[in-house]
Design a protein around this ligand. Structure first.
Ligand code: ADP
Length: 496
């Protein structure tokens, strides 16, 4: 049996359950909505984080691309610099423009990153147009380019490096350049040396994607500078070479002229010697007769002659003697010169020859109270000389020394032995010779215009003869002197 009390409790329980379930449902629903909100917020946060990440990824990719591009540019620049370095080495070792431009070939242009290239030279005055380097152009296109360059002044309008690209601003010059050189992009760099424009470098590409950059322009500016200095060096070298050639030509011409003049002088000298020798010969015979007749007359062989005539005959005899001496000296000079008088070389004691001459000359020295000394080693080897001619050398030198030394002066002869010759000096304390006259002293008939020469007669042949005799002995003679202080003649004679 169901208890009534328990039946009445059931609805209460049910409504209780429903109530609590409802409350529970309300709580759950509220919790769920809170959780959903939270989830939504987290989701939004996550989305934002994702967006940020995406943004950053994009930046990284962009940066990476940029880095790659910079790396590429750097590699290109490095490559170009290396290529330029090779060229500058070649430029520094040649002065030949042909060789210089031969280095710039297809591979050089493509190493710099270009398809086509043209090097245009105009010369310093712009009058000579040439294309020493052409890469990537057909002959036909080159002819067309030349025609345009001759007609239009495209080159003179480019004063500094220029970057021309279809994508860049497109002014009339740019358009003209791209059309003239049949390119889609190009670098135009003038070659300038010492303010003068020598030409232009055009390098470019005809494909639109291979664009030129500022970096290319920098590299090409360096290249243009190198070419300019190469051309300048070649020009200087050519100038130097030309002036060297010119100089050599002039030297050769002068040498020829001198040779001809020398030949003429030798001929003239021979004519003079022949003349002197002929005249001297012709003079000698009548002179001998004059002397002979004068002697006969003086000796009274043709009858007694008055004293006054005798005096004059003595003068005739004396003058004839000096004329005979002059003629003999003249004859000897020309004979020695022409090798007609051979030196009769023999082994001689130098001291002995000197003493002989000193003996003869001492009375003259004494007359002027001149002190005469000889300084020669006691034991000296023999010399190799012609006795008579060597005697003439000493006679002439000592005769002059006495003539040009005032009273109470000094004359000293010294002999020094050397390896294969003797060094002989004749020194005096006489009037000396002025510097400007020293060079002429050994010339024939040369006499210094001084007080002694105005008083004392002379021929000006003595030293000329002495020089020829010394030289015929393969010796040397020279003079040192100071005006008013004295003179020193030195000469060499070979040892036996
Ligand atoms: P000469 O004595 O006949 O004039 P030389 O040929 O011997 O001819 O000499 C040429 C000239 O050189 C002399 O006239 C003289 O002016 C100068 N001379 C030569 N020897 C001496 C000397 N010892 N001192 C000064 N002058 C000299």
């Amino acid at each position: 049996m169901v208890n009534l009390n328990s039946i009445s409790i059931i609805p209460i329980i049910i409504s209780g359950v429903i109530f609590f379930s409802f409350v529970y449902l309300v709580i759950i629903t509220e919790r769920q909505s809170k959780a959903r909100e939270k989830l939504q917020r987290s989701l939004e946060k996550l989305k934002k984080a994702y967006d940020d990440l995406d943004e950053q990824a994009k930046i990284i990719v962009k940066k990476d691309l940029e880095l790659n591009k910079t790396q590429e540019d750097l590699d290109k620049k490095l490559n170009s610099l290396y290529t330029l370095h090779k060229l500058s080495k070649a430029i520094s070792t040649t002065f030949d423009t042909e060789k210089l431009f031969a280095q710039i070939d297809k591979s050089f242009i493509s190493e710099l990153g270009f398809d086509k290239g043209l090097f245009i030279l105009t010369g310093a005055q712009g009058q000579k147009l040439s294309l020493p380097v052409t890469v990537g152009y057909s002959q036909e296109t080159l002819e067309k380019i030349k025609e345009v360059l001759k007609k239009k002044d495209v080159l003179s309008r480019i004063h500094q490096p220029l970057l021309v690209d279809k994508s860049l601003s497109y002014d009339s010059l740019n358009k003209e350049l791209l059309e003239t050189f049949a390119l889609a992009s190009l670098c135009a760099v003038p070659i300038i040396s010492q303010e003068a424009a020598l030409g232009l470098i055009i390098l470019g590409n005809d494909l639109p994607y291979a664009q030129v950059t500022e970096g290319d322009l920098e590299i090409l500016s360096i290249l243009a500078g190198q070419i300019a200095s190469g051309l300048e060096n070649a020009r200087l070298y050519e100038e130097l070479w030309n002036s060297h050639q010119d100089l050599e030509k002039r030297v050769m011409q002068r040498t020829r002229e001198l040779e001809l003049a020398n030949e003429k002088l030798t001929k003239l000298d021979k004519i003079k010697s022949d003349f002197v020798s002929a005249v001297s010969h012709e003079l000698r015979t009548p002179l001998t007769s004059i002397k002979g007749y004068a002697s006969i007359l003086m000796a009274g062989k043709l009858g007694e002659i008055p004293e006054s005539v005798k005096e004059r005959l003595e003068k005739v005899n004396k003058h004839s003697d000096s004329l005979v001496k002059l003629v003999n000296d003249l004859l000897d000079i020309s004979r020695i010169e022409r090798g007609k008088i051979g030196m009769k070389l023999e082994e001689l004691g130098l001291k002995e020859i000197i003493d002989e001459v000193v003996d003869i000359i001492t009375p003259q020295a004494k007359e002027k109270k001149i002190q005469l000394s000889v300084d020669a080693p006691k034991e000296i080897p023999l010399c190799l000389a012609d006795r008579v001619q060597l005697g003439r050398v000493f006679t002439n030198l000592l005769g002059n020394a006495i003539k040009f030394t005032p009273e109470k002066g000094k004359i000293a002869i010294s002999v020094k032995e050397n390896e294969d010759h003797f060094n002989i000096e004749v020194r005096d304390s006489g009037i000396g010779i002025a510097e400007e006259n020293l060079a002429n002293i050994f010339e024939e008939f040369y006499r210094v215009d001084n007080a002694v020469n105005q008083k004392v007669k002379g021929t000006g042949l003595g030293l000329s003869l002495v020089k020829r005799i010394v030289e015929a002995h393969k010796g040397r003679i020279w003079v040192e002197s100071k005006l008013g202080e004295g003179t020193k003649f030195s000469f060499t004679i070979p040892k036996a």
